[in-house]
Design a protein around this ligand. Structure first.
Ligand code: SR1
Ligand code: MG
Length: 399
């Protein structure tokens, strides 16, 4: 039966699992339990013993930062399912899965000692290209391996059905990312300096049309297993090491959604950057990301031993150049989705419910609003007039 964990409760909980107690070592009384919850939804504790450490994450019956917003507990169950698949498809890029307790809705995983979020690292002018290269590979591997490009429908469709039950968090994403910011909604908020910009954005039929289409892509194109919330706070870094965390928003959806969220967070970091050199570096990281993703994706397609039901040589082996062109078309579709979803993420992180800390160092609100306007304007152009290539995207970014 479920009860919300306290630090003392965490100690008792872990003591009840021999493998975890052995990993920590010593006696439970020697374990140091520290609550470090800072996301919007869940409780998180880091536990250190004489021999090792673990991270304990528990769902609350409400949004952590808003107890009035009630919510079922199943999100850590979906995160556990996502983590198991991510370990299999992209080993080394996620924390080690240790345990899921379905009564307490507790997920226990490797503790990422001395890692910081990529958002924090970007704010401290750390390298952005290395993590972007690794995230590109991570997204490619999970997307390709979980999809019908690599798997047979008998293997993939049960997973589509499983993650289709993650309706609570998919609803949050649909509402907060793809709906609320594009209409008058009480969850939206922004600096008053941006009033005219928001009014223009919400009354633009070209933006409404683009969002109507993106909403359909999000809910009706289950191409692959997505992380579902791949912002720079879901990526942990330590030196050159990178780990992706927080897969509770996972779902089957369009691959460009994960790519778009990651790209958008680089755009936001660039808009908030302290120098022109930094802006150039972050723009370079965006190119590294897309070029890494597209190169890996095509090479997996050519070399992967796995062959799925879609776009594989087989039925149409007599038409190799046609198949090649169709694969290019598929990749172009991911690019189109990526830029559209990136725009939605930029907009929601600037005027929606859950905003980003990237701009917090700007104490002057006029300056902060100007930087946010730059990001919003760029997002608007992505939706009104989608770029056809990464080169066009980059040129637009400099305009
Ligand atoms: C109520 S949850 C708000 C946001 O926090 C999460 O990290 C997701 O980004 C979600 O949209
Ligand atoms: Mg999170």
């Amino acid at each position: 039966h479920y009860e919300t964990l306290t630090p003392e409760g965490v100690r008792l909980f872990l003591a009840g699992y021999e493998t975890l107690a052995v990993r920590l070592g010593g006696k439970p009384a020697q374990w140091n339990v520290r609550e470090v919850s800072d996301g919007n939804l869940n409780l998180v504790f880091l536990v250190h013993g004489p021999d090792g450490s673990v991270c304990v994450k528990q769902s609350l019956p409400h949004v952590r930062v808003d107890p009035e917003w009630r919510m079922p507990l199943d999100r850590t169950a979906f995160e556990a399912e996502w983590l198991r698949r991510a370990e299999r498809f992209a080993p080394g890029h996620v924390p080690e899965f240790l345990l899921f307790d379905p009564d307490m809705f507790v997920l226990v995983m490797e503790c990422l000692d001395d890692f910081v979020t990529l958002r924090q690292a970007l704010g401290e002018d750390a390298d952005a290209t290395g993590p972007s290269r690794i995230i590109a590979e991570f997204v490619t591997r999970i997307a390709f391996s979980s999809s019908l490009l690599a798997g047979r429908l008998e293997d993939v469709m049960p997973d589509m059905a499983l993650f289709a039950h993650n309706t609570t968090l998919t609803r949050i994403t649909f509402d907060l990312v793809l709906s609320d910011p594009f209409c008058v909604h009480p969850r939206n908020h922004w600096l008053s300096e941006l009033d005219q910009d928001v009014m223009a954005l919400q009354n633009d039929p070209a933006i409404a049309r683009a969002m109507i289409r993106l909403q359909q892509r999000f809910l009706t194109c289950p191409q692959a297993l997505l992380h579902g919330d791949l912002h720079s706070g879901s990526v942990m870094v330590r030196g050159e090491q990178v780990r992706v965390i927080d897969g509770e928003f996972s779902l089957y959806g369009p691959i460009g959604f994960d790519c778009g969220l990651y790209l958008a967070n680089l755009v936001l970091a660039r808009a908030a950057a302290r120098s022109d050199e930094r802006r150039t570096h972050l723009a370079e990281a965006m190119e590294v990301f897309w070029s890494g993703f597209s190169t890996h994706f095509l090479s997996l397609w050519q070399t992967c031993a796995l062959r799925g039901d879609l776009l594989a040589e087989g039925t149409f082996a007599a038409f190799p150049s046609l198949l090649h062109a169709e694969r290019e078309h598929y990749l172009n579709g991911i690019f189109q989705d990526m830029t559209g979803f990136a725009a939605a993420e930029i907009i929601r992180r600037t005027i929606g419910y859950a905003q980003v800390a990237d701009f917090d160092h700007l104490s002057d609100t006029t300056e902060k609003a100007a930087r946010q306007r730059e990001a919003l304007t760029f997002a608007g152009t992505l939706l009104r007039n989608p770029p056809l290539s990464m080169t066009e995207f980059s040129v637009r970014l400099e305009d």
